[in-house]
Design a binder for this molecule. Structure first.
Ligand code: C5P
Length: 405
């Protein structure tokens, strides 16, 4: 399962480091190539010789070899790795990772790693519970790092609670799942719209909405993580795309978004309409700034073209269409009507009545409704986690299309 995968295991100074020996052994047994980097304190808990023997590679602790001056290059290690796993991760190391401190080789490797990072914390229950630790984990999650939750149970301090590093078998299972997921949408072309549109009134004014594009950008990241080829058609937003594999097309108005989407739609396997597209646009756009007057001003608005509905009409065989619905009342009923009217396969429902959901915030609460009218209500979570759930569902639908393969 892990054959040929390059895994760097970072070990920090925690008693749980004794479990890293079996973890490394299991990874090697699964066919992975493992290199271990330790913090100086980790050597007090497990010997480099043990880990070198099990990983079949020399251990790295220092920036350079004091005997011959050879550099241990954290940059080349970061590039070599398909995955960087820090297990066990102490509160201290997580704090430094979150803050960008780089005073040992494990940390410089972290900062230069381009690959995904998984972190298995291990510490006493009160240290784990402390808001500083929780905040640091939140920061690490926001960097896209995956935290393998510690387990409840007896701790080295003699106390009992949450803080035990996950068992090696559990960590290996999560790594396996992780690599399966990265392949899930390999080769699939996904077209995604995100953000608001601005409809020009005159050179300085426009009609817009509160969408910030966060949900759509989180989806783009998640889809790219799973191997999809993503084209992101983005309205005017302040967000950056971090992955170079995401092709971004910036547009401003609903008409521009329509054109950009229609150009790409035919070649897409999956189209996700996440943008909050304006439903109306001024009939006339003034070339000069409208002047203040005492008369009331009437701006005649014309309806824009419904991109999602148009995609639904032109849907090619096997193409999956996903839409969003932001509702304020009769939510499920309205979303279901939209799913049918626009010929979608899945609709993601947001309710403005849910606290912590909707525009601008980092969290969202959504309900997924498919053509069989199956309704799945998800909890309030980070938009990145909501994106993972939505992509899970899409990947499942793709799998079903291929007869479960
Ligand atoms: O009908 P309503 O605007 O509520 O539908 C929302 C869904 O339709 C979203 O998926 C949105 O991206 C899409 N939409 C669109 N083009 C429009 C209006 C909405 O693609 N002009």
């Amino acid at each position: 399962m892990l054959k040929g995968k390059h895994i760097v295991v970072g070990v920090t100074g925690s008693i749980a480091a004794y479990k890293t020996a079996s973890l490394v052994r299991l990874l090697v047994k699964e066919g992975a190539e493992v290199k271990v980097v330790m913090t100086p304190l980790a050597k007090a808990f497990i010997t480099p010789l043990t880990l070198a023997t099990l990983s079949k590679n020399p251990i790295m602790v220092d920036f350079y070899d004091p005997e011959n001056g050879d550099w241990n290059s954290h940059v080349s290690m970061g590039l070599w790795a398909d995955l960087y796993l820090v297990a066990p991760a102490t509160a201290n190391t997580m704090g430094k990772m979150a803050a960008g401190i780089a005073d040992n080789l494990l940390l410089t490797t972290y900062l230069s790693a381009k690959c995904p990072v998984m972190i298995a914390p291990a510490m006493d229950l009160d240290m784990y519970r402390h808001p500083a630790t929780q905040k640091n984990m939140e920061i690490l999650r926001s960097y896209g790092n995956l935290i393998i939750e510690p387990e409840e149970g007896e701790l080295a301090s003699g106390l009992s609670g949450k803080g035990r590093m996950a068992e090696p078998e559990e960590i290996v299972e999560q790594i396996r799942n992780f690599f399966v997921r990265t392949e899930e949408l390999r080769g699939k072309k996904v077209l995604l719209t995100a953000g608001p549109t601005y409809e020009q009134i005159d050179p300085v004014r426009f009609i817009g909405n509160h969408s910030t594009g966060k949900m759509g950008f989180a989806l783009a990241e998640e889809l790219a993580k799973r191997g999809a080829e993503v084209t992101l058609v983005a309205g005017p937003v302040r967000l950056k795309t971090t992955r170079t594999s995401i092709r971004r097309v910036d547009v401003v108005s609903a008409a521009e978004m329509y054109e950009a989407v229609m150009q790409e739609a035919l070649s897409a396997d999956i189209v996700i309409s996440c943008a909050a597209v304006a439903d109306f646009t001024p009939k006339e756009k003034s070339g000069v700034k409208l002047k203040r007057g005492n008369e009331s001003l009437c701006i005649e608005l014309l309806p824009t073209r419904d991109i999602a509905a148009e995609l639904g009409k032109k849907k090619k065989a096997g193409q999956l269409l996903v839409g969003f619905a932001l509702e304020t009342n009769d939510e499920e009923c309205n979303a279901l009507l939209k799913l049918k009217k626009k010929n979608l396969d899945l609709i993601v429902l947001n309710s403005l009545r849910d606290e912590g959901a909707g525009f601008g915030v980092d969290t969202n609460k959504v309900t997924l409704i498919d053509r069989s009218e199956k309704i799945e209500v998800l909890d309030l979570k980070l938009k990145s986690e909501v994106a993972a759930d939505i992509v899970d569902r899409i990947a499942q639908m793709v799998k079903n299309q291929n007869g479960g393969k």
